[in-house]
Design a protein around this ligand. Structure first.
Ligand code: NDP
Length: 237
């Protein structure tokens, strides 16, 4: 019997990159997986067909859409909030509306989705949010808004772990370093700068992050909550 047989999993932001690897991992481990997408319909439908999962359109910048998709997913055993964006550039020049949209996607959506999912979760439920090592370490300029959003998830996880602990629901943050996706390609212009900060001179693979998420969602991680789990080739060391 597979680890997640009969388990219901929702991944917010699952069409590409790390999210798609998480969808594939849970589907391979026997879960019933639903995932959301916003801009990448073709990729989402292809992934749903490949994995037997269900793709649902929901823009994480829209609080009501996030709450509705969680509510419509019924009783969840596992919620993974992966959707996240970057807005990079000189803080004095950035469009404030773009920064506010980043905060809606990267901070507000994880919070509201987590609270909504917990209303209906059984004992042993798992909430896992994809943060970033930039929540701990921000060694370059131009990324303050992004780093701020990922640090906010740390406080959220610590607090919600207290709120939901009595029901044995765990809340954790996975904090990747550079991972090879559309957002941060392994052969991109940042490659040498990023690898210069790291002990392992390579980008991580989305599947490596998905493996950590699967462990946190599984039966061996029941005593792990309110914690940050960094997977970064020592970018933050
Ligand atoms: P990608 O840009 O490759 O993929 C982002 C995913 O999030 C897509 O599936 C996208 O779906 C979804 N998404 C983005 N915005 C929205 C939205 N408004 N509504 C719904 N879904 C949305 O990013 P990564 O896979 O690299 O990143 C995934 C997560 O990991 C993010 O939270 C990111 O901050 C974090 N991370 C990534 C690192 C890296 O080096 N790659 C390092 C540290 C953290 P769609 O295209 O359908 O809109």
């Amino acid at each position: 019997m597979s680890v997640f047989n009969e388990k219901s999993v929702l991944v917010l932001g699952g069409s590409r990159g790390i999210g798609a690897a998480i969808v594939r991992r849970f589907a391979a481990d026997g879960a019933r997986v639903t995932f959301t997408y916003a801009g990448s319909e073709a990729a989402a439908l292809a992934l749903a067909a490949e994995t037997g999962s269900t793709a649902v359109y929901a823009d994480s910048a829209d609080r009501n859409a996030v709450i509705e998709v969680v509510r419509n997913s019924g009783q969840l055993d596992v919620l993974v909030v992966n959707a996240g964006i970057g807005v990079f550039g000189d803080a004095l020049e950035l469009d404030p509306d773009a920064v506010d949209r980043l905060l809606r996607i990267n901070v507000h959506a994880p919070y509201h989705a987590s609270v909504e999912a917990a209303r209906n979760m059984p004992r042993g439920g798992r909430i896992i949010v994809i943060g970033s090592v930039n929540g701990d370490r921000m060694p370059v300029p131009g990324m303050a808004a992004y780093a701020m959003s990922k640090s906010a998830l740390q406080g959220m996880a610590r607090g919600l772990a207290r709120d939901f602990g009595p029901r044995e629901i765990t809340v954790n943050v996975v904090q990747p370093g550079p991972i090879d996706t559309d957002a941060n390609p392994a052969d991109g212009p940042m490659k040498d700068l990023l690898h210069g900060f790291m002990a392992l001179k390579r980008h991580g693979r989305p599947e490596e992050v998905a493996a950590m998420v699967a462990w946190l969602a599984g039966p061996e991680a029941g005593f792990v909550t309110g914690a940050m789990h960094t997977i970064d080739g020592a970018f933050g060391a």
